[in-house]
Design a protein around this ligand. Structure first.
Ligand code: GLN
Length: 491
């Protein structure tokens, strides 16, 4: 049962071959028996209450396609009932009085929440090793990182502890863990999924999205997640009246005539040979499906790293100022005065990487440095976005390349080297800076004794609001290949 897609589980639920309660119990038992540290908070009572409500709805015949299907949330989305920690000691015992919009919408669709998923602290990281509650293990190879920051989400879906999970992507945190864990993940256009109740990291970049086994499943979930939300000031209003876009509508379109841009900057020095081989094989598969490959250039790609690592910490330093020992979460036990309370609370509550970013962010926003760093980074951000627009205008419909320069690395390998982590984000940051939608689909494995069990992801980048097209392209690939059906051994 646990290898079923959402699509398959939905059919079984609708035809009463399985109940939502049975499914929830089955997954809760798998979660309890698992040793990969993917979940931070599970509460069977809350989960089973949702399952019972889903069963009641299924009995009336008024259920939607997701009713009764289990899923789990990255612990960046706040949830009524389940704790919401953002992977931080600061919020270790925090429970939100309300649900994030994403949580509310998926619950309204009848989905059953299995619990909260581990992640890098405040979504800052690429390996999940910055979580205050311990790293997550990659289910394909427990010596390897699952990727980050949504490592718990990706690992849970790969280990079949949940058929799907939410995630957030600020600079790659959906695409990269999806790639490292051999599953499908999509980050929509910035503004399509509400940020209300998503614990903020870098507000101009943060975007919610989803992980599942297939593109089709991602489309089904995203259908319920997208849409205007007046509680998010950057939410986009693309829907006309009550008409909501159906992201499954183009899944079955053939790919004949599709022009795929292949940026030369994504295949240069630093890209591991085994990743390149798998990605090139996937591109060849698309040619078989009728697409053509076009060489393109995104000349500012290398600048995305310094640009992102100025803008994101700047926004983080501002967003995280709310954790002051007064409003939310942790407060130091002993202090001499108010300033001392702030200092001790923040020193105790935040981990090393979060503190590093608050310091960098505060520095680049200082009077005297603001123009030299922050304003300059914003200008380069625009140039990066312009590169993509030139490519889409003149050469191609979508862009493809690797998600990360290598397969998942070993736990501990880069844990004490922040810059090495930042450099590994090279292929995902530009998309985020431009606010474009991006996707990762499994397309093979690494090579050699160590890497042959570590998945490779293909990145597909679309133009604004191109989600339906990305999902169509991914679905067609998945109809022709079986990488997305592979699961780790013993799963
Ligand atoms: N690895 C990037 C960072 O550490 C991206 C994280 C994310 O997308 N949340 O900021």
């Amino acid at each position: 049962m646990h290898n079923h897609t959402i699509k398959a589980l939905s059919a079984l639920l609708q035809s009463k071959q399985v109940s939502a309660t049975e499914l929830a119990k089955d997954y809760l038992a798998r979660i309890a028996a698992s040793d990969i540290n993917a979940f931070l908070h599970v509460d069977p009572e809350l989960t089973l209450a949702q399952a019972a409500a889903a069963d009641a709805r299924l009995a009336t015949g008024k259920a939607g396609p997701l009713t009764g299907v289990p899923m789990a949330h990255k612990d960046i989305f706040v949830t009524k009932g389940w704790r919401s920690t953002a992977g931080s000691h600061m919020l270790a015992n925090y429970t939100s009085p309300f649900d994030a919009t994403v949580v509310e919408r998926l619950s309204a669709a009848g989905m059953v929440n299995l619990g909260k998923l581990n992640c890098d602290e405040f979504a800052m990281g690429s390996s999940n090793e910055n979580s205050a509650f311990g790293a997550v293990k990659n289910p394909w190879d427990k010596r390897a990182v699952p990727g980050g920051s949504s490592g718990g989400s990706a690992a849970a879906v790969a280990a079949r502890l949940a058929p799907a999970a939410t995630g957030t992507d600020t600079g790659g945190s959906i695409r990269q863990p999806a790639a490292f864990c051999g599953i499908t993940g999509i980050k929509p256009t910035y503004g399509r999924v509400s940020r209300y109740g998503m614990i903020a990291y870098a507000s101009s970049l943060d975007q919610g999205g989803v992980f599942a086994q297939s593109a089709e499943d991602c489309a089904l979930m995203l259908n319920e997640m997208i849409g205007f939300d007046e509680r998010d000031s950057t939410s986009l209003t693309v829907e006309q009246g009550n008409h909501k876009e159906d992201l499954t509508r183009d899944l079955h379109q053939p790919l004949a005539g599709l022009r795929i841009g292949v940026p030369k900057e994504y295949f240069g020095e630093g890209l591991a040979a085994d990743v390149e081989a798998a990605v090139r094989a996937a591109l060849a598969q698309f040619v078989q499906l009728g697409a053509t490959l076009v060489d393109i250039s995104l000349p500012k790609t290398a600048l995305s790293i310094p640009t992102y690592y100025i803008i994101a910490p700047a926004e983080a330093s501002s967003n995280l100022s709310r954790f002051d020992g007064v409003r939310y979460g942790h407060r130091a036990a002993a202090y001499s005065d108010l300033n001392d309370m702030y200092k001790k609370t923040r020193a105790e509550g935040f981990g090393a990487e979060v503190q590093r970013r608050i310091m960098v962010g505060t520095y680049v926003l200082c009077h005297g440095y603001y123009d030299a760093y922050y304003v300059k980074a914003q200008q380069i951000r625009r140039l990066i976005a312009n590169d993509f627009q030139a490519a889409f205008r003149e050469h191609c419909d979508v862009i493809m390349g690797p998600v990360a320069p290598s397969v998942a690395w070993d736990l501990g390998d880069k844990a004490n080297d922040p810059v090495a982590n930042y450099l590994a984000d090279i292929f995902t940051l530009s998309t985020s800076l431009a606010g474009l939608p991006g996707m990762s689909i499994p397309c093979g494995f690494g090579q050699g004794e160590k890497n042959s069990q570590r998945p490779v992801g293909l990145q597909i980048i679309g133009n604004y609001f191109g989600e339906a097209k990305l999902l169509n392209i991914a679905h067609q690939f998945q109809q022709a290949t079986d990488w997305h059906t592979r699961a780790p051994a013993n799963v």
